[in-house]
Design a protein around this ligand. Structure first.
Ligand code: FAD
Length: 436
């Protein structure tokens, strides 16, 4: 019989955060009807509306219902998704594996075979597929042709990215994001050993004698056999700081980005934000955005379309800490000088590309310029890396019955965005926990 959920009972596994990783974990662990699972999510339990899921929007401005805004130390806005599905509800729906060699230093059960199998499972459930030629704007077609003369182009049906031109794979169906909650959670809400509570903000982890005993949620103490933090890199770090499991400044990593802006001769129709990228041999990602971010984010001032250049590997440092008033602050630093040089050289190459005859029908002459502001990709990860601050299944070192399974535990920088890999990590760990 499963341990009943609620009241004074001890729940087998309390999962904090129903985001990309939390949904995978809740589904897998609750397949065993002998295990009671309680999933606590601070955001709404509603299914997001058509506007939120539309790939022609990035619903992250102030006032959007499925985001949390974090306080940054600079003018950069730092956001994360909230509600069932977490950041998968609001993100760019770019769903790319990391490169095979990004896992070279991973240990434990992280063999390429296990990784490949877990990626394949999540890709299937998230309905991840490459954008087709029809989804590409004229600039994206020219971009692929241009870089195809410098690098090789990956066969779009190959799920493993390579150095070169990589058509983006996306977790979307008919122009709408497919969220982790749709793929993993909503159809299992009738499991009697799985309970999902929305509007449930966890304030801290309850600790005694070097063990986690539960959490405090909306003022109520909930006892648990195991606490699994899936609150995302920023949410989990906040909980670790507030529970005094960690102190001071916790290091994170971020993919900082330079934008090369331009003006289009003619406006284009709406479509997915990022359908194609180039991965350079020196760890950069060149992103061919479809249009001005202002067309995706409500209330953002127009600045024109852009091509982005992000430093993926190595990434830039940052930190998360509580300030003297107890508020959480996210501080992102620039990459080191050598990486900045790389970014700046590649930005010059992109300026050259946009000024080349291949783009002359689309780009207004004299309109191309490098934006001096260093942006963020909204990817912060790696605050509690596996092999360093947790074991290779996310178990927090030195504290029993406390595990972290989300972007926090990514131990290295990958050359693609973190979404698919965060879900893959959750799938591998969930499988290991469910079978031991
Ligand atoms: C705007 C944006 C665009 C992005 N675009 C891309 C992209 O296109 N491709 C890509 O690869 N990556 C992208 N990312 C990053 C990617 O979405 C994240 O890395 C990934 O979703 C993180 O998953 P997670 O499970 O770690 O956290 P999340 O999915 O963020 O889930 C954390 C959940 O925990 C909940 N939570 C937090 N604190 C508490 C608490 N105290 N109590 C209860 N619940 C709590 C949150 O509400 C949230 O639902 C983007 C991110 C953002 C924000």
């Amino acid at each position: 019989m499963p341990t009943p959920i609620g009241g004074e009972d001890v729940i087998d596994a309390v999962i904090v955060g129903a985001g990309s990783a939390g949904c995978v974990l809740a589904e897998r662990l609750s397949r065993d009807d002998e295990r009671s699972v309680l999933l606590l999510e601070q955001g709404s339990g509603n299914r997001p509306d058509a506007h939120t899921l539309d790939l022609g929007t990035l619903p992250i401005s102030d006032g959007e219902p499925y985001v949390t805004h974090y306080r940054g130390s600079s003018a950069l806005s730092i956001v994360r998704g909230r509600g069932l599905g977490g950041s998968s509800t609001v993100n760019g729906a770019y769903f790319m594996r990391w490169h095979r060699d990004d896992f070279d230093s991973w240990r434990g059960q992280w063999t390429l075979g296990a990784i490949d199998k877990a990626y394949a499972e999540i890709e299937q459930r998230m309905e991840a597929a490459p954008y087709r030629d029809l989804d590409l704007a004229d600039t994206a077609i020219a971009f692929e042709k241009y870089w195809g003369t410098v690098y090789s182009s990956r066969n779009i049906d190959d799920p493993w990215p390579t150095v070169g031109v990589n058509r983006v794979r996306s977790n979307s169906v008919d122009g709408r994001r497919r969220t982790a909650a749709d793929a993993y959670l909503r159809s299992h809400l009738d499991r009697r050993n799985l309970r999902v509570r929305s509007g449930a903000r966890v304030e801290k982890v309850v600790l005694a004698g070097g063990r986690a005993h539960g959490v405090v949620c909306n003022g109520e103490k909930i006892r648990a056999g195991e606490v699994i933090l899936c609150a995302g890199t920023l949410g989990t770090t906040e909980l670790l700081l507030r529970s005094q499991i960690a102190g001071g400044r916790i290091e994170v990593h971020e993919h900082r980005e330079v934008l090369v802006g331009y003006r289009r001769r003619e406006q284009i129709t709406r479509g997915p934000l990022l359908p194609t990228v180039v991965h350079t041999d020196d760890g950069l990602e060149i992103r061919c955005y479809r249009d001005d971010f202002a067309r995706y984010i409500r209330g953002l001032g127009q600045s024109g379309p852009a091509v982005g250049i992000a430093a993926m590997r190595p990434a830039a440092p940052g930190s998360v800490y509580l300030d003297s008033s107890g508020g959480l602050v996210v501080r992102l630093e620039p990459p080191d000088d050598e990486v900045r040089d790389r970014l700046s050289r590649t930005a010059d190459e992109v300026v050259e590309m946009l000024g080349s005859p291949m783009f002359s029908d689309m780009v207004e002459s004299g309109s191309v310029g490098i934006d001096p502001v260093l942006r963020t990709s909204q990817h912060a990860w790696g605050s509690m890396p596996m092999g360093e601050r947790t074991d290779w299944l996310g178990g927090v070192l030195g504290i029993q019955n406390l595990r972290i399974v989300d972007g926090s535990i990514l131990p290295t920088a990958g050359r693609s965005g973190p979404h698919a890999t965060t879900m893959m990590v959750a799938a591998v760990i969930a499988h290991a926990l469910a079978t031991t």
